[in-house]
Design a protein around this ligand. Structure first.
Ligand SMILES: [Fe+2]
Length: 303
C-alpha cells in the first residue's frame, strides 16, 4: 500500500514551443526543406503558435514555482542559427540551466547539420551533470532525469525521429545505474515511443528498440511532445508500469489549446507517487483541465 507523500519535487513539462520566426528571413538561408517550412509558417503556422499564448502559459507556470522545468523539443521552426539565439534568450528567461533542461525536436534538426550547428547555443540547458551529451543524466531531489535526443533530419513532408544504437546502449547503462541508486527515473524524448501516437510520417523510427531498452531496464515515467496533443498512456517495464505522457504545444491554439503539465513526484512507501496537474490556456485565462495520480510501486525505491 502506497502512503501519502509529504515531500518531493515539482517538475514542469512543456513542449513544442515553436517561438515566432523573425519577420525577415533570407530565402538564401532556407533552401530545400526549410523553404517549405518557411512557406508553411507564413501561410498557417504563425497563426497557430502565438507568442502571447506562450507568455501567459509561462507566467502561470512560474507562479506554480516548479523546482524543475523540462522542455521536450521543437523550440524552433526551421532550426536556423537566429532561431537558436532567440530560443537561448527564451531559455535564459525561463530559468537557471541547473533546473531547466531541454532536449531537441525534429524542427531543431530540420535539415542536415542544423542541430549540430545550433546545439552549443543551448548547451548549459542540455548537458548532463558530468558535462556530457545525449543521453544525459541529471540527479535532482531523488529523481534521475534522463534526456534522449530523437532529432534527426528527414525528407520534406516527414518529421520522423531516431535515437540510434549508440544512445540506446548508453541509455541502458544510465537506467541501470539510476535504478541501483534508488532514483525515480524520468526519461524525456521528443517523439512518442508508443506506436500509433502520431502518423507514420512523424513516427520514431526505432521506437521498438527504445521500448525494448525501457522495458528491460525499467523506467518510472516517460515524457514526450511532438504530437501537439495530450496523451496519457503507459507501458510495462521490468520495474513496473510506467506512465508515458505527452503534453500539447505550449504556444498553440490548434489542434488542442496550449498547455503544460506539473508533476508532483514524491517518495512514498514502496515507490513513488506522481500527481499530474494539466494547465491549459483559454481565452479567459489559464485553467486546470485535468489531474491524475499515478502510483509507481517499485522494488528499487528506498523503503
Ligand atoms: Fe516535433
Amino acid at each position: 500500500m502506497l502512503a501519502t507523500p509529504e515531500s518531493g519535487v515539482v517538475l514542469a513539462h512543456l513542449s513544442d514551443v515553436h517561438l515566432p520566426l523573425p519577420a525577415r528571413v533570407d530565402w538564401r538561408d532556407v533552401l530545400n526543406k526549410r523553404a517549405l517550412s518557411l512557406l508553411s509558417w507564413r501561410r498557417k503556422r504563425h497563426k497557430v503558435h502565438r507568442p502571447e499564448v506562450l507568455a501567459r502559459l509561462v507566467t502561470d507556470m512560474k507562479a506554480a514555482a516548479p523546482g524543475l522545468i523540462a522542455v521536450t523539443g521543437d523550440l524552433t521552426n526551421l532550426g536556423l542559427p537566429i532561431e537558436y539565439d532567440r530560443a537561448r534568450k527564451w531559455l535564459d528567461a525561463l530559468g537557471d540551466p541547473d533546473r531547466v533542461m531541454v532536449i531537441p525536436g525534429n524542427h531543431e534538426a530540420l535539415v542536415r547539420g542544423a542541430w549540430e550547428t545550433g546545439a552549443q547555443t543551448w548547451r548549459p540547458w542540455w548537458q548532463g551533470d558530468d558535462g556530457g551529451g545525449f543521453p544525459w543524466l541529471r540527479r535532482r531531489g531523488g529523481l534521475a532525469l534522463i534526456g534522449v535526443s530523437s532529432a534527426v533530419a528527414s525528407a520534406p513532408g516527414r518529421a520522423v525521429g531516431a535515437v540510434g544504437t549508440a544512445q540506446l546502449d548508453r541509455l541502458a547503462g544510465l537506467l541501470a545505474q539510476a535504478r541501483a541508486e534508488g532514483l525515480c527515473r524520468v526519461v524525456m524524448v521528443h517523439h512518442p515511443p508508443l506506436d500509433g501516437t502520431v502518423k507514420a510520417r512523424k513516427r520514431l523510427l526505432d521506437a521498438p528498440a527504445l521500448r525494448a531498452v525501457l522495458a528491460r531496464e525499467g523506467a518510472e515515467m516517460v515524457l514526450h511532445g511532438h504530437s501537439h496533443r495530450s496523451h496519457h498512456q503507459q507501458m510495462q517495464t521490468a520495474s513496473g508500469v510506467a506512465p508515458v505522457i505527452g503534453v500539447p504545444s505550449a504556444s498553440a491554439t490548434h489542434p488542442e489549446p496550449a498547455a503544460y503539465h506539473l508533476y508532483h513526484i514524491a517518495p512514498v512507501a514502496g515507490g513513488w507517487q506522481v500527481v499530474l496537474t494539466a494547465r491549459r490556456h483559454t481565452t479567459d485565462g489559464m485553467e486546470t483541465s485535468h489531474t491524475a495520480t499515478h502510483h509507481l510501486a517499485r522494488a528499487h525505491a528506498a523503503p
